[in-house]
Design a protein around this ligand. Sequence first.
Ligand code: HEM
Length: 199
Amino acid sequence: MSPAPIRRSQRLNQITHAPHEQLDKAVKANAPFETLASYCRFLSAQYLFQHELKTLYTDPQLIELIADLPQRCRAEQARADLNDLDTPIPGPVAGSVSNPPLAEALGWLFVSEGSKLGAAFLIKRAVSLNLSETFGARHLGEPAGGRADGWKRFIRILDDLPFNEEQERQIDRGAVAAFERFNVLLEHAYKSAVEAEPA
Ligand code: HEM
């Protein structure tokens, strides 16, 4: 008997393993939980990422597939976090995702939803900066219904969608592009930090 084919979500995990490792290192290299100033830069990147994805989280076609999609978006929490910390809302950065095909959009959402798993570790670190899911680190908080459950429900829907080959390529492309985009936003957030420092 031939082995069962791997699930779509497993394939996405595999192809994003290296980009995730790289991003994990990039986040940690900036030590976002050492100082509030660094955390605010990290938060700005998180806000920009979530804000850019709002068009996908509120897309009627995608909501037809994932009914609670709008509630999953963390742009408002990230905005409230920025307000908590008296940090200006960052302006748009060129190159945000725009009108991707449905399957590609789901690749982006896979990454955004998956990042809630890592957030469970990050919020524990945020405590040392006196941040919590009710102040400054709302966007890293436990989603209603729990992290594991929300993720499992998302993955189940994703894995059961009937895709053609082109759509399989599109979802892969979306997931990889999402990691690339987070990198760009992270670099942007920390670059402006350096520029803002007095000479
Ligand atoms: C924008 C996207 C993402 C960012 C910025 C991100 C960031 C991070 C960071 C910094 C950590 C390390 C936490 C620590 O060691 O304290 C982490 C861990 C983790 N992330 Fe992500 N992540 C992203 C996407 C994803 C995705 C798509 C998945 C799942 C498919 C995922 C699953 C995990 C898991 C399970 C952990 C904890 C254990 C481990 O390192 O394997 N993350 N993430």
